[in-house]
Design a protein around this ligand. Structure first.
Ligand SMILES: Cc1ncc(COP(=O)(O)O)c(C=O)c1O
Length: 644
């Protein structure tokens, strides 16, 4: 595996800790694949290759891969600082969204684009620069396709986490996305446990946020792991207070198994709550993880989607003077927190403005970070990478060798060509472009890191404008306003003829404008609903919540949202709080439908509040059950949408 040799001589950072005691029995026993160790010799010029059992690359039925691709500047970015004025109303937000991308213009077919080509055989002799099908579609090294691996490694070390505190910086290995990355991490760090066969004292645990991305929990439970929720607030996991990490660890009940040595956390645009964990909170949680020797798995598909305009809105009424004091002299992060003055720059103002990953406070080397192309290119790529200290990556490499081997060569070569383009240096003829492929820019070069960052900025811009529009509409609908007349007041004021006209405002839901991610986490104030006490007495508030969910799906509202219950990692949380919340995703819906659907959603809650009869809701639920039974193929639909 490559090392950062040039830097190593001047690198005074302390080495990461040896954390091999965390490895599972199986992972400790893994040996390097005997065949894969030959791969690095394959590229020796002139070597007669009789070792590997490889198919012949001239018999692949693909001669080239060609695609039309976006230009990095396709989408318009939004500002990096919370001081910039966010849109002032839903209409303003909608106008900004539509002016930039609406309708036919946002169809990829009407946008300027360029063509990329991955050639069959490039003449570039250097395997780190060579992008072609004869190598990409062949068996390869488990760390990933060399050109892409080296690009991602450099981007990760220098641009994403330039402040990683340990010697040499982190290593990377490519994965088939974060689901795969987490599955491999679990294999590396946890032993299976069975209630029938094993002592409870050997049962390992996994710390998670109290509302969390359940696909991760569902990967852990069948291994017998004890899933231990930690309390959250609007940022994400809490270090202190009731149910916070310190309390969970200090009061660990060993009758449930070992104190967890592993944490799964989503810290930017948390799914489902949309929290962004501040740098200060990261330091607090990290200190506890260091004290209790816990490995942090940071799953971070949304890191580049941080929204300063939400910080501006959320802090308008804040009493926290630290957050409202956006001194133009001070460099601040998207959440309003000052960026540490002594920190190295990533080289890009956009990246410098983002709240940094745990990797940047990881003095011990106990962070395993999962990155994915699912939200920056497309979920169907099934491509991502793990970032961690080299020794842990080396063990995951061994797991990869005997499982996925590496991500698909089709995807790796397409992304590599898009971003890196052909490298003709070292070739005698600089015009060998046709043989050497064609990258994502109009001159045949690749996007490079500059283009990639510009692409991310544009995506952030689009999602931020969508978020602004939906939040404005939801803000407009969060009060139920009733005007009425009160005799009592008139009497008290001793005014004989007229009653007093009064306006009553009841807040029926609340939410924070998301600082990151793709979701709004809506809390419904069911306690204000006319039927609340009826359902509370029957101990069935979940039913009232389900009735709202079903009501939304009926005409004229026709909105489908995710109920909070499905993000509850334990039955206790589901029963205690899950029914209060709903997750709304502003990312996937067509731009033209975003406004109308958000309005119907808000109007649906208003209309639900006007239902005063229990039997109306009971009938709604009965009808829904009958209809669901009749809807063939529903289960199939669920599988098609996937676990997100
Ligand atoms: C928190 C989180 N992790 C992982 C994933 C899935 O990532 P991937 O497609 O890279 O497997 C998602 C998808 O929504 C997600 O929200």
């Amino acid at each position: 595996m490559a090392t950062h040799q040039a830097d190593a001589a001047v690198d005074t950072r302390p080495a990461p800790k040896d954390l091999s005691h965390h490895l599972s029995r199986v992972t400790k026993n893994r040996q390097a694949s005997s065949m894969k160790q030959f791969y690095k010799y394959f590229s020796i010029p002139g070597i007669g290759q009789l070792a590997g059992g490889l198919p012949n690359n001239y018999y692949f039925p693909f001669d080239t891969l060609e695609a039309k691709v976006a230009r990095p500047e396709r989408w318009t970015p939004t500002p990096n600082r919370p001081v910039d004025p966010p849109p002032s109303s839903a209409n303003d937000a909608a106008a900004r969204l539509s002016k930039l991308n609406l309708g036919a213009q946002s169809s990829p077919l009407n946008q300027p684009q360029d063509a990329i080509t991955v050639p069959h055989t490039s003449e570039q002799p250097n395997p780190i620069k060579k992008i072609d099908l004869s190598t990409a579609l062949q068996y390869g090294t488990a760390q990933g396709y060399p050109p892409l691996y080296y690009f991602l490694r450099q981007f990760t070390q220098q641009n994403m986490h330039p402040n990683c505190p340990y010697k040499g910086g982190p290593e990377v290995i490519l994965t088939c996305g974060n689901t795969d990355g987490f599955a491999k991490t679990l294999l590396a760090l946890t032993n299976e446990w069975s209630e029938e066969k094993d002592w409870v004292r050997d049962r390992e645990g996994l710390l998670v946020e109290e509302f969390c991305y359940m696909n991760a929990v569902q990967a852990a439970i069948p291994r017998g792991l004890n899933v231990a929720p930690v309390g959250i607030d609007d940022e994400g996991m809490r270090a202190e207070g009731k149910g916070g990490l310190r309390e969970v660890l200090e009061n660990w009940d060993f009758k449930k198994g070992k104190r967890p040595h592993l944490m799964y956390t989503v810290t930017m645009g948390q799914n489902p709550t949309s929290g962004v964990l501040s740098l200060q909170r990261r330091r607090d949680i990290y200190a506890l993880c260091s004290q209790y020797d816990i490995i942090i798995v940071e799953d971070d598909p949304y890191w580049y989607l941080q929204f300063p305009s939400s910080t501006a809105v959320n802090t308008t009424t804040s009493t926290d003077s630290g957050n409202t004091n956006f001194n133009p002299e001070v460099q601040i992060l998207a959440n309003g927190e000052p960026r540490p003055e002594d920190w190295k720059s990533s080289g890009y103002p956009f990246l410098d403005s983002l709240v940094p990953s745990y990797v940047n406070v990881d003095t011990d080397g106990r962070v395993i970070r999962l990155d994915t192309f699912s939200k920056t290119v497309a979920p169907g790529c099934r491509l991502g990478w793990i970032t961690a200290q080299p020794d842990l990556v080396e063990r995951i490499l061994r797991i990869t060798e005997t499982s996925t081997q590496q991500p698909s060569g089709f995807v790796q070569s397409m992304i590599a060509e898009l971003v890196l383009g052909p490298d003709h240096s070292g070739l005698n003829d600089p015009r060998k472009a046709s043989k050497g492929g064609k990258g994502g820019l109009s001159d045949g070069e690749g996007w490079k890191a500059d283009g990639w960052v510009r692409w991310l900025e544009g995506l952030r811009g689009n999602y931020e404008r969508r978020m602004n529009q939906m939040c404005h509409i939801l803000d407009d609908g969060k009060y139920q306003v009733k005007s009425g007349r009160r005799n009592s007041l008139a009497a008290a004021a001793d005014e004989p003829d007229d009653e007093w006209s009064v306006v009553e405002k009841t807040q029926i839901y609340s939410f924070d404008w998301p600082i990151g991610g793709m979701f709004i986490w809506l809390k419904i104030h069911f306690e204000e609903h006319p039927l609340y006490h009826t359902y509370a007495k029957a101990n069935d508030l979940a039913k009232l919540s389900r009735a709202l969910w079903v009501f939304w799906t009926t005409s004229p509202y026709l909105v489908l949202v995710s109920p909070g219950a499905i993000f509850s990692p334990t039955p206790e949380i589901r029963e205690r709080d899950g029914w209060r919340y709903f997750r709304l995703c502003f990312a996937a819906i067509d731009e033209k439908d975003l406004g109308p659907t958000s309005k119907r959603m808000a109007e649906g809650v208003q209309a639900f509040w006007r239902i005063k009869e229990k039997k109306t809701l009971e009938k709604l639920l009965e009808e829904d059950e009958a209809a669901v039974e009749g809807r063939a193929g529903l289960a199939m639909m669920g599988q098609m949408v996937g676990p997100c």
